[in-house]
Design a protein around this ligand. Structure first.
Ligand SMILES: [Zn+2]
Length: 220
C-alpha cells in the first residue's frame, strides 16, 4: 500500500482465499494498520492472474475495495476479455481467463485502462513489461528513493537473476517475457534501481548487481 496525499493505493490485491489457508490476509493486515477496505482509493493491477487480482471480489461477489478506482493495462484487458478466448487460446489458459474475467468484469465502470508512461498519481507511472501476460506492467515510483514494482516480470529472485536467459513455465509469451526481463534487469543494474518482486524471498526488495551475463540479487 502506498500513500500519496489522500490516496491509499494498492498495487495488486492478492489471491484472496483462492490458493491456500495462509493467503487472503491483505484486508485483515490493512485493518491492523488502521486502514479499512473502504478507504482504499486506487488499485493498480500488474496483471490479471489469480494471485494478483484474485481478491477483487469477496465471496458474495461484491468488490472487496468498493470505493477504489482500478487500473489495468489496455492490452491486459483486451487479452483476457476477448469473447473468442477459448477458441483462440490454449486450454491451459482457459481457467486463468475465467478468473481474470470474473475480476475485471466485477470492476465495471471503476476501471481505467492504462499504457506505458501513464501516471496514476504524480511520480507513479506505468512501465510496460509484457510477456508474463501480454499486458503485464510494472509500476515505477520516482522520488528521493526510486522503486520499480515488478509484479511478475522477473518471477523468482533465486533463478532469474542468475539465469536471466531461462524461460518461466507460467509466462504466456516466453520470448517476450525473456526480453522484458533482460531489459528490466539491465536497466535496474545500470541505474541502481530498487526493485520489488512479489514472489521473491521475503521481503522481496533489492537491487540487481551485474555479474558477467547475469546478476546478483542484493536484498535491501
Ligand atoms: Zn504472481
Amino acid at each position: 500500500m502506498i500513500r500519496y496525499g489522500d490516496d491509499l493505493i494498492l498495487i495488486d490485491n492478492g489471491s484472496g482465499m483462492n490458493f491456500q489457508p495462509t493467503a487472503g490476509k491483505l484486508a485483515h493486515n490493512l485493518r491492523t494498520m488502521g486502514v479499512t477496505p473502504e478507504q482504499i482509493t486506487k488499485v493498480v493491477f500488474t496483471h490479471a492472474h489469480p494471485d494478483h487480482s484474485g481478491a477483487t471480489t469477496a465471496s458474495n461477489g461484491k468488490l472487496l475495495y468498493p470505493n477504489a478506482e482500478y487500473y489495468v493495462s489496455q492490452t491486459e484487458w483486451d487479452f483476457w476479455t476477448d469473447k473468442q478466448f477459448e477458441t483462440r487460446r490454449p486450454s491451459a489458459l482457459h481457467g486463468f481467463a475465467k478468473g481474470a474475467q470474473r475480476d475485471l468484469f466485477a470492476i465495471g465502470e471503476r476501471i481505467t485502462l492504462v499504457r506505458e508512461g501513464d501516471e496514476i498519481v504524480p511520480g507513479m507511472s506505468i512501465v510496460s513489461t509484457p510477456g508474463h501476460t501480454p499486458g503485464h506492467v510494472s509500476v515505477e515510483i520516482r522520488g528521493r528513493d526510486n522503486l520499480l514494482i515488478t509484479g511478475d516480470a522477473c518471477t523468482n529472485d533465486t533463478i532469474f537473476f542468475a539465469r536471466p536467459d531461462w524461460h518461466f513455465g507460467f509466462d504466456t509469451d516466453a520470448e517476450v517475457a525473456l526480453a522484458s526481463r533482460q531489459v528490466l534487469l539491465d536497466r535496474a543494474a545500470a541505474e541502481k534501481l530498487k526493485l520489488l518482486g512479489y514472489h521473491w524471498t521475503y521481503p522481496g526488495v533489492g537491487y540487481a548487481e551485474r555479474r558477467g551475463d547475469a546478476y546478483d540479487f542484493v536484498a535491501v
